[in-house]
Design a protein around this ligand. Structure first.
Ligand code: GRG
Length: 295
């Protein structure tokens, strides 16, 4: 395994252990709810957001344990968003990460509550992280609430739902993704940086540029992976027909255009890390990983 592969595995192990510890209950009447929460959080997932939080904290000289709460909070919000996105009222999906979705494995009411609980837990964990200064915790709560709420992820989901059946142009597609997926990726970077408790406003600004570039690159690559898997299942013509009907980057730019955009964003992200020199190795590698991943 490469050095970076080992780093990813170590981060995944760290956050999985931390989340599993946090998501236990001794109350028998709450066991079904906690079981649904653990099922949704611990059944797979690349853990890109926690990795960004850890890598950012480390780039600023903070030890990984300082970023445990930040990493867990962003992953909890991400897990809640996937549970709710899969519900019949939204995407109505039966499978997530190759397993039955939460409302199929449990039931719809439990899935709604599991998502609600994860959202609340994210903020509870941040508020209770007494190893961090009170003003750091307050700022982290503000950053995460803004990213998750109506001018962030929830707003992006609303734009997406409101545009069903419409042909979106490139600026509208970008706006939707900057809210829906980009906002939480940006928060992962910001929370990791704040957890170091030694980040300047200038460094936060540079990391914001990095995060915006990788956030969009993440979505472009996600669209590319979707088209490539449709094409390998349905064949080239049907895959291309399906691709044209969805508001995606390959539909608007062609597959080669989308690949070029993802790479341009990757390079812009890496450029934004210049002030951090060698300290940002993991963040550079994560930018490469986000664009080169095939899953
Ligand atoms: C329901 C409030 C609410 C919001 C939902 C993020 C979102 C908004 C919906 C997810 C829909 C989706 C599949 C978007 C594409 C990009 C994306 C977020 C993919 C999943 O993220 P990964 O690849 O997932 O990091 P894993 O499984 O690795 O954790």
């Amino acid at each position: 395994m490469s050095d970076f592969g080992a780093y990813l595995s170590a981060c995944q192990h760290r956050i999985d252990t931390y989340l599993t510890q946090q998501l236990q209950t001794g109350e028998p009447r709450l066991e079904r709810l906690f079981s649904a929460i653990r099922y949704s959080v611990t059944h797979g997932g690349k853990r890109i957001r926690p990795m960004l939080a850890y890598a950012c904290c480390e780039a600023l000289g903070g030890r990984p344990e300082r970023a445990d709460t930040a990493a867990a909070a962003v992953e909890a919000i991400h897990a809640y968003s996937l549970i709710h996105d899969d519900l019949p009222a939204m995407d109505d999906d039966d499978l997530r990460r190759g397993h039955p979705t939460c409302h199929i494995a449990y039931d719809e009411a439990t899935a709604i509550l599991a998502g609600d609980a994860l959202q609340a837990l994210a903020f509870q964990w941040l508020a209770q992280a007494t190893d961090l200064q009170a003003n750091t915790r307050l700022r982290m709560i503000e950053v995460l609430a803004t990213a998750a709420g109506p001018i962030g992820m929830v707003g992006g989901q609303a734009i997406d739902l409101g545009a069903v059946g419409e042909k979106l142009d490139l600026p509208t597609l970008e706006k939707m993704h900057r809210h829906k997926t980009g906002a939480l990726i940006r928060a992962s970077v910001q929370l990791g940086a704040l957890a170091s408790e030694q980040v300047s406003e200038e460094q936060l600004k540079a990391l914001g540029v990095y995060a915006d570039c990788i956030g969009l690159a993440f979505q472009v690559q996600d669209d590319i992976i979707d088209i490539e898997s449709d094409t390998s299942i349905l064949g080239k013509q049907q895959g291309a027909d399906l691709a044209r009907d969805k508001p995606t980057y390959p539909a608007l730019l062609g597959l080669d255009g989308a690949r070029a955009l993802a790479d341009t964003l990757r390079l812009q992200a890496i450029e934004a890390l210049q002030p951090f020199a060698g300290d940002a190795l993991r963040l550079r590698q994560l930018a490469d990983f986000i664009v080169q991943r095939q899953f």
